[in-house]
Unconditional design. Structure first.
Length: 555
């Protein structure tokens, strides 16, 4: 297996105060999700500091690189790695287990490798050792032209051609053959009279003018020498067989091509380590392109490419790769990370009332990943979540809330329809596992037959901590019931609205005729737009009570 990053711990760096740990599971993408300014990019910067273009020991940190811009705060970054060929110790008897970095204003940066066998530090880290694993960052501002150029030895193209060169020169007989070809090329060049004359005149002038200098001018044919042969390679995008300029490509297309190039590199040179980081790959891509790119990225990660990405798109979140999902949050100006795996999801389900005969650790992740949709997974990007049974409540409640003073989008509140009572507990368990405050709403309608015995509602209520002796009282309610963690809409949503808003039934019937539709959720949404919320009514009072519970919702 090629060199890989296995874990990074960060402390005192930018928005990270207390230590956070990010694990890098094999053959899974590492996905950093969270709201803007939560610290996702700072984690990327920490990875780049350790494995990027500049040597950490000589990297000058700015004031903002220290937590809270306080230069008295020490920056500590530690990484665990595997697969390195370079050895440590006086007699190269130790393998490399990772790197440690510490920086404080006024002191020289400390950067060392540590021995996997005993943890002892080696402060002399060779360039060759460090360059066994390098990271490449591609974001919406970075041009593909840079990554596929020789601007530095850290670009994708430079890494590929260096790998080509290493393989090419392993065979001396092949090198001799290439040198013969190149000597013939040089001779062919000199057959052009103007070229030969210019070369002779330039050398003569240089000899007469620069005779007292150690450097002169001459044509450099080294590009045709096998030691540098592959530096003549250029990579160009094509369309219908014709070469195109990078400037003709959209930013989204450039990111996709960069990912393809990195994957080909990882596949072709398995001994070369590469951390490929994409910062918001969904930028500039329409939803279908996002879905396609996410699918390809997951396949490439399974195929061995070490991918790290930040995203605001649910298409790049797949619960199948739960070990690599990291929810990045910021509270009291500090970044923290929440991650889980199959065992923690399994234990949380059992602790919140899941049926132990049906809940198994080996199947819990497939169970969730197979039923997750982009719509449900959008909850990962919310500050608070309200789970409702279906579209009627999902479309109507935001209108009532906004008209009464709570704009859900402004406060990062996601209202998600989960297609039935039976899914409330399931998704409540997932989101609360990631410490996202989650509220549930349902009704006591049993006419549809999906919950005649009340077991689905009991499951949801027991999950959020309702005691057994309280369940029957809640299931028998025929009007509003609002608590700190749930809301019951009596018999059903529409019946409850009709009984508590005096003008609801009239407006509802008018909208049904106006729209020429009996679709419950569309009629309920349009009725919500017209209902008189200025007038004192039980419905208005209860909606305000529900809003207050949502405002105060915590874990």
């Amino acid at each position: 297996m090629p060199p890989r990053l296995r874990q990074i711990t960060i402390e005192g760096f930018r928005s990270v105060n207390d230590q956070i740990v990010i694990n890098f599971p094999v053959n899974q993408p590492v996905v950093l999700i969270g709201e803007n300014n939560s610290g996702k990019s700072n984690i990327i910067r920490a990875i780049e500091l350790m494995f990027g273009e500049f040597h950490p020991k000589y990297k000058k940190l700015e004031d903002y690189d220290h937590y809270n811009r306080d230069t008295n705060n020490q920056v500590v970054i530690e990484t665990s790695i595997s697969g390195f060929n370079g050895r440590l110790g006086r007699s190269s008897e130790f393998s490399c287990g990772g790197f440690n970095f510490r920086a404080q204003k006024g002191s020289e940066n400390h950067f060392a490798a540590y021995q996997a066998e005993n943890g002892a530090e080696n402060i002399y880290v060779s360039t060759a050792l460090r360059e066994e694993l390098l990271c490449v960052v591609v974001n919406s501002e970075q041009n593909l032209n840079y990554q596929l150029s020789y601007s530095t030895k850290f670009t994708l193209l430079s890494k590929v051609t260096k790998a080509f060169h290493d393989r090419l020169t392993e065979d001396e007989e092949r090198v001799d053959r290439l040198k013969g070809f190149f000597e013939n090329i040089k001779a062919t060049f000199l057959e052009v009279d103007e070229f030969n004359s210019f070369n002779t005149n330039m050398s003569s002038i240089a000899d007469s003018i620069l005779f007292n200098m150690t450097h002169a001018l001459a044509f450099d044919f080294s590009a045709y020498d096998p030691s540098n042969y592959f530096k003549t390679l250029r990579v160009h995008p094509t369309e219908n067989g014709e070469t195109r300029a990078y400037e003709e490509l959209g930013t989204g297309q450039q990111q996709i091509l960069a990912l393809s190039f990195a994957h080909a590199y990882a596949k072709s040179f398995l001994g070369q380590g590469l951390i490929f980081i994409l910062d918001e790959p969904e930028a500039h891509l329409h939803p279908l392109a996002q879905k396609w790119l996410a699918k390809k990225m997951f396949q490439m990660a399974e195929d061995g490419l070490q991918i790290v990405l930040t995203t605001h798109s649910p298409y790049f979140v797949d619960l199948k790769y739960i070990q690599g999902i990291n929810l990045i949050r910021k509270e009291k100006n500090q970044t923290f990370a929440i991650s889980n795996e199959a065992s923690s999801l399994f234990n949380h389900c059992l602790a919140t009332g899941a049926n132990p005969s049906k809940t198994k650790e080996e199947t819990v992740v497939p169970f969730y990943s197979n039923q997750a949709t982009a719509h449900v997974l959008s909850g990962f990007f919310a500050n608070k979540i309200i789970l409702v049974e279906g579209l009627t409540e999902e479309l109507s409640l935001p209108i009532y809330f906004e008209r009464l003073g709570l704009d859900p989008t402004e406060h990062g509140i996601e209202i998600i329809g989960v297609s039935g009572k039976g899914n409330l507990a399931k998704w409540w368990r997932l989101f609360t596992l990631y410490q996202i405050p989650t509220f549930i709403c349902f009704d006591n309608d049993t006419r549809s037959g999906d919950d005649r015995n009340g077991n689905l509602r009991k499951d949801a209520l027991k999950a959020i901590g309702i005691r057994d002796e309280e369940l029957e009282g809640i299931l028998g309610i025929e009007n509003w019931a609002i608590s700190e963690r749930f809301c019951v809409f009596g018999v059903d949503f529409e019946t409850t609205m009709r009984s508590t808003f005096t003008d609801y039934a009239v407006i509802e019937e008018g909208k049904r005729e106006q729209l020429g539709s009996s679709s419950k959720h569309i009629v309920a949404r349009e009725t919500a737009r017209q209902i008189n919320l200025e007038e004192e009514s039980e419905g208005r009072e209860r909606m305000l009570e529900l809003i207050e519970k949502i405002r105060n919702l915590t874990l």
